[in-house]
Design a protein around this ligand. Structure first.
Ligand code: PLP
Length: 402
């Protein structure tokens, strides 16, 4: 077949081979450490230039390979490698490029644990991490130093969903011969094509939408041809590997990614629009809303929105806020996102050092799950209403409030 397939068709037909697996539709779970060779000749032929033991369970199985190939294709990169968590993917992508004495730039809006790793752990290896205002586009050139090896981007950012002008940042970064790495978890490779926008290394916390069912932890890094030898060396030298059951769950999740993402995205926008009209909500942070400061960049570079965004509440007494959160029936309170179920996460003000933002009220991150949008809207409305009712009683009869 020579026609170019649409993304959802590719994701259903790629990474499997029924003829080789007894006709089974899905690639089986290969377990194993030892991979036998049938002759000395085959054994010798398996050796690779910088990895004489290329055939060993630690470097993956046919199950692993299927997932990596599917993701490489989706991202439009050269090769991918899996990691045991999204964070491991972020840290190993960073480490694979940097050496002692190097300088790395990260956006102020970077995922919190990546920030902690850069600040604390990289410092122990004499690597300087500097944070920059995420809205900085080509202005990043002023921060590039002779020893800058990597500029990290993440859009929209964790916590406050700031957008970044990735092509502008990539253009400046490449002028000084440094790499651009991106955490592309929010959009997934379906809604943002990193390699078409100047990114060299793309990272997915596959735990989120790729797995999609909150039942496995997994990360993936994809590079262009230029970045591949560094990533491979970094991952292999650290002995990074991952068990086949979680890979299987990711493969299963990916088959339905386009459909799920569409629903997550549509519901997320509907909820964000509804919340932006609510008297208890001061601000909605969602780049697909036309009033969002990052909207123009999102519209220019992204192909869709996923289901994660945040709101800043109007300042209110703690018990009123607790009413809102505790009265939600369909939204769980918890970390992570990208599963089929809706979540809220009450957050502290995100850490910022290169940009300032002091929220007046509480910030709540919302993940729109796959429930019917009308049910989610009604749930949010009634929970917000119980916070309003609380405030009214508190105002008129403070003695009635315990
Ligand atoms: C969750 C997340 C990660 C880390 O993924 P884990 O699988 O939880 O380690 C990295 N980046 C972003 C943007 C995330 O949301």
């Amino acid at each position: 077949m020579h026609q170019k397939l649409q993304a959802c068709t590719e994701l259903l037909h790629g990474g499997r081979d029924p003829a080789r697996h007894g006709g089974m539709v899905n690639i089986p779970i290969y377990r194993g450490s030892t991979v036998l060779a049938h002759s000395l000749e085959q054994w010798e032929s398996r050796k690779q230039p910088d990895n004489p033991y290329a055939s060993y369970g630690r470097f993956g199985t046919p199950t692993t390979r299927a997932l990596e190939e599917l993701i490489t294709h989706m991202e439009g990169g050269y090769r991918s490698l899996v990691f045991p968590s999204g964070l491991a993917a972020c840290t190993h992508a960073i480490l694979s490029v940097l050496s002692s004495g190097d300088h790395v730039l990260l956006p102020d809006s970077v995922y919190g644990p990546t920030r902690a790793f850069a600040q604390d752990t990289l410092a122990r290896f004499n690597i300087t991490a500097e944070f920059y205002a995420p809205q900085m586009g080509s202005g990043i050139s002023a921060l590039l130093r002779k020893n800058t090896r990597l500029v990290y981007v993440e859009a929209p950012g964790s916590g406050m969903f700031e957008m970044q002008d990735i092509p502008a940042i990539a253009e400046q970064t490449h002028k000084v011969g440094a790499y651009v790495a991106m955490d592309n978890t929010w959009a997934t490779p379906l809604y943002f094509k990193p390699f078409e926008h100047g990114v060299d290394i793309s990272i997915q916390a596959a735990t989120k939408y790729l797995v999609g069912h909150s039942d496995a932890l997994l990360g993936v890094v994809t590079t262009n041809e230029h970045g591949w030898p560094l990533l491979r060396k970094g991952a292999y030298d650290f002995g990074q590997t991952i068990g086949p059951d979680d890979i299987f769950l990711a493969l299963r999740g990916i088959r339905t990614l386009p459909l799920r993402l569409q629903q997550h995205g549509n519901t997320g926008i509907s909820l964000a629009q509804m919340l932006s009209q609510h008297p208890l909500v001061a601000r909605v942070m969602h780049p697909a809303l036309p009033e969002d400061p990052g909207h123009a960049l999102w519209k220019r570079d992204f192909l869709g929105a996923s289901g994660l965004f945040a709101i800043e509440m109007r300042p209110m007494p703690a018990p009123a806020f607790a009413r809102f959160i505790d009265r939600l029936h369909l939204f769980g309170i918890g970390l992570s996102w990208g599963g089929y179920e809706s979540l809220v996460l009450p957050m502290d003000a995100p850490k910022r050092s290169a940009s300032s933002y002091q929220p007046q009220g509480k910030i709540v991150r919302i993940h729109a799950g796959l429930e019917d949008c009308k049910d989610l809207m009604a749930d949010l409305q009634q929970a917000l209403q119980s916070a309003i009712d609380y405030l009214k009683v508190a105002e008129s009869k403070p003695e009635a409030i315990i």
